[in-house]
Design a protein. Structure first.
Length: 377
């Protein structure tokens, strides 16, 4: 049995995982939740004479939280570390869970060791530029540097709200460094022919994973959204899948955007799911020896399929890009694709996949003329 503390908005939960069964219990507050976890752990503690001497494994999150405390306590009020602590207490908790998971390691690995003790109004823009360039020169991507800048910016905005500084020194700093993140898609999605080859190869060599890859190709769902799917999430009569959870770091979380959505099921996917349902006797669609598939295991399947098929290697996330690019290139409306992908707005979809929308310059030449003629007739 595995116990963990979860927060969703202002609500606290104790999550109990036992094999493939996951139960969440709502708690009135964080303190009560911690007490419940401690009591359950005590009751399930293995009986052993040497139990007190057994090493306790520290999770990555626990380690990061311990380092965060170390870097932000017992400092002057106007220090960067102290301002970070107030930001954590006030604004950080309102961020999406997935955002918190990205920000915390960046804080304790790079930012706080460098700036924690600095008076926040003494940190110069030139120092931040040198700091960000240094991270980039170690081989980190523009995306990673952008995340570091985002975290820094949040702390400086906290200081600005408290009138400790007059302006945020990170504003437009990536543009000045020419390290802005590319909004458009850099990876090359599979084309329709390649997609069909992957699907056929999967069906022939890994039939147990055929439904999994069909969902990926025909809905654009994220890997972490497919792994924990249950049959109760799928309505074959309405031809809909309810996307309401995500599998990350070996745990079930809310979706990446913390919002549920419904995706439509095509005829081909419907047939694949109906066939798979006849063979499946479990509540969860895809299990590996009674447990959720790890994301790396799924990635290994894709790698093997592409190798057998003799195709170039792509990431699993590129299957999502393949879905979006093909749907748009075949003329599906941008808002439909946005809804399927779960993007916050259509502009996000357009920024990433706009180049795949057909652009026939001659198509609209006679549109108005034809419309007017139809009115007259």
């Amino acid at each position: 049995m595995k116990l963990s503390l979860k927060q969703n908005n202002d609500k606290w939960f104790v999550e109990v995982r036992n094999s493939d069964k996951v139960v969440r219990k709502a708690m009135p507050d964080k303190e009560t939740a911690l007490k419940v976890i401690a009591e359950l752990e005590r009751k399930n503690k293995p009986q052993s004479e040497d139990v007190d001497n057994q090493p306790i494994e520290e999770t990555a999150k626990t380690k990061h939280e311990r380092l965060l405390t170390r870097y932000t306590e017992n400092l002057d009020f106007d220090s960067f570390g102290s301002t970070t602590k107030r930001w954590i207490d006030e604004s950080y908790q309102t961020l999406r869970n997935s955002t918190q998971e990205r920000y915390l390691p960046i804080l304790v690995k790079w930012i706080l060791p460098r700036f924690s003790k600095y008076p926040i109004d003494q940190i110069k823009r030139s120092e931040i530029k040198t700091f960000l360039l240094g991270i980039y020169q170690t081989g980190k991507s523009k995306s990673t540097v952008g995340l570091v800048r985002d975290v820094l910016s949040n702390v400086f905005e906290q200081a600005r709200d408290e009138e400790l500084i007059n302006h945020n020194p990170t504003t437009k700093i990536l543009k000045r460094l020419k390290l802005e993140r590319d909004k458009c898609l850099k990876s090359k999605p599979l084309n329709l022919k390649e997609m069909n080859i992957v699907i056929d190869t999967c069906k022939e060599h890994f039939p147990e994973m055929f439904a999994f890859f069909m969902i990926a190709f025909y809905t654009g769902m994220r890997l972490g959204e497919i792994i924990p799917l249950e049959w109760s999430d799928i309505d074959l009569e309405k031809r809909e899948i309810s996307v309401n959870k995500s599998f990350r770091l070996e745990l079930i979380h809310t979706t990446k955007t913390d919002e549920n959505r419904t995706v439509k099921i095509s005829n081909a996917l419907s047939k694949a799911l109906i066939d798979y349902r006849l063979k499946s006797r479990q509540r969860i669609l895809f299990l590996n020896k009674g447990k959720y598939y790890s994301q790396n295991k799924i990635r290994d399947y894709l790698k093997q399929i592409l190798t057998i098929a003799g195709l170039r290697h792509v990431r699993f996330h590129d299957l999502r890009h393949t879905y979006a690019s093909l749907m748009l290139s075949l003329g599906e409306p941008i808002h439909y694709v946005q809804g399927q992908l779960g993007h916050k707005n259509a502009s996000m979809t357009l920024d990433r996949y706009g180049k795949f929308i057909p652009n026939d310059k001659n198509q609209g030449l006679n549109t108005l003329k034809n419309a007017l003629e139809n009115i007259k007739n």
